[in-house]
Design a protein around this ligand. Structure first.
Ligand code: PHE
Length: 458
């Protein structure tokens, strides 16, 4: 941390020390609860292989264009979103676009850490051998409504996040990602192999991989788009911030591909551990459980496996790694923004963001317990924060990035990409970012708001 501070004071900018460090940190951000928790149940609901296919097509076109834009803008300006937008102009529009991108992670971070607390609870429970109790139907509900324990586990997860960010970009974020991400991949492969080789699991593998076009609808596309955004950590200021720590000789276009590959591979591995597991040990209707799949269905599935306690422990360790590397990436943009905009020391910025994390996170953690009567727009606090950030602000922030690229000219981005490599997808990029992306983003925005107010059901 000292060396980073002194680099800052001498005007030298902090950078990830290697390309692989950058990729693993970025993948650490992308691979999170979205891959392990959300992707499998969405895939189960929206036509298995059909969902996967749509997801991949969207990721390599639309997703790539957004990633390339954010990373390039970050690297070009050396700034987090607010500074990056202001680099090109100081009119209110620029300020708004930057702040929108910067504030989203600060809204997501607290409730993400509340869920991270649940993950630690299950990880510890499985390691301590209390897995039988956790497989009971009522366990999850009574755990999250017990304010004292929800708060303690939340604080534990938040403390891990704060500690890593306090150590700085190299000694904290890069180092932890370099250890946890390869470990996560190995764990995912082990659990997946165990799950698909159980008797009866093959039906689940087929269900995951073979496209079922009867289950395919326009909603498949809209849902896949929303999931892709969340999963690749787009429109959250993160890729700007991490891009600003990227060295000039790192290839931006291949970074985007590597990121998509890693993220999609883990989503697929998670799906292949969960869906076949449910086919083998439960019944396929459990896949409709939606969000409760990970905390209620999975412990039951582990309960019926021969070595379920071990597999369950490995599973929750993996989820913990995924969640922690994501939550640190949610904290870093806020810290970087405060340092850059208010010229504070990094340690001051860490304290400010940590205070916000603890305050708002406590509200989210208690939202199922003593504060369960507190509703905003009819939603629990955690659900409201999720709705506000993901459904309302994120598409707008992404549109702001598209507009910024259009205003400064696609050429500026091309030039930045070409500093370190050829730009193979240049033509595709230019069309997608200016025309396709804004339209798709408007569709995501409108449909998710209509869904939230109950006019359509996604
Ligand atoms: N991309 C992460 C996931 O898939 C979630 C995340 C959201 C991470 C927002 C950082 C920021 O879970």
């Amino acid at each position: 941390m000292k060396s980073e501070l002194s680099k800052k004071q001498s005007g030298g900018a902090v950078k990830f020390s290697s390309h692989i460090g950058f990729i693993l940190a970025t993948a650490g951000s992308a691979v999170g609860l979205g891959n392990i928790w959300r992707f499998p149940y969405l895939a189960a609901k929206y036509g298995g292989g059909a969902f996967l296919l749509v997801y991949i097509i969207l990721a390599v076109t639309f997703g790539s264009a957004m990633i390339i834009s954010e990373m390039s803008l970050g690297r070009m300006t050396g700034k987090s979103p607010v500074g990056a937008f202001e680099h090109f102009g100081t009119k209110p529009g620029f300020k708004l676009g930057g702040w929108l991108n910067a504030i989203i992670p600060m809204i997501i971070m607290p409730y993400y850490c509340a869920i991270g607390g649940w993950v630690i609870r299950y990880m510890v429970g499985f390691m301590a051998g209390t897995d039988k109790a956790m497989a009971k139907d009522s366990f999850f509900g009574s755990f999250i409504s017990n304010s004292g324990s929800a708060e303690i586990w939340f604080l534990l997860f938040a403390a891990c996040t704060i500690a890593v960010v306090a150590f700085g970009v190299n000694s904290g974020i890069e180092r932890i990602s370099t250890v946890m991400m390869p470990a996560l991949l190995v764990l995912a492969i082990i659990i997946m192999i165990y799950s698909v080789t159980r008797p009866g699991a093959m039906a689940g593998v087929k269900y995951t991989l073979i496209p079922e076009f009867e289950n395919f609808s326009l909603m498949t596309v809209v849902t896949a788009m929303g999931q892709m955004f969340y999963s690749l950590s787009i429109a959250m200021g993160i890729l700007y911030t991490y891009g600003s720590y990227m060295k000039r000789d790192s290839n931006i276009e291949t970074s985007a591909w590597q990121l998509e590959l890693f993220d999609t591979a883990i989503a697929l591995l998670a799906t292949l551990m969960i869906i076949p597991g449910v086919f083998a040990f439960g019944d396929p209707s459990q896949l409709q459980a939606g969000p409760s799949l990970m905390f209620i269905t999975m412990p039951k599935i582990f309960g019926s496996m021969g070595i379920g306690r071990v597999i369950g422990a490995l599973f929750f360790i993996m989820v913990f790694f995924a969640a922690l590397t994501s939550s640190i990436s949610l904290m870093e943009p806020g810290v970087a923004t405060i340092v850059q905009q208010f010229k504070t020391k990094r340690s001051t910025a860490v304290i400010i963001v940590a205070a916000e994390l603890i305050l708002v996170g406590t509200a989210s953690a208690l939202g199922y317990g003593v504060w369960s009567n507190v509703k905003i727009g009819g939603m629990q606090i955690l659900d409201f924060l999720d709705f506000l950030s993901n459904s309302v602000m994120m598409p707008i922030a992404a549109i702001a990035t598209c507009v910024l690229v259009a205003v400064i000219g696609v050429n500026k981005i091309s030039k930045e990409v070409k500093i370190s490599s050829k730009f193979i997808q240049e033509k595709l990029y230019s069309v997608v970012i200016r025309f396709v992306a804004p339209v798709l983003l408007a569709i995501i925005f409108i449909s998710s708001v209509l869904n939230a107010i109950g006019i359509i059901h996604m």
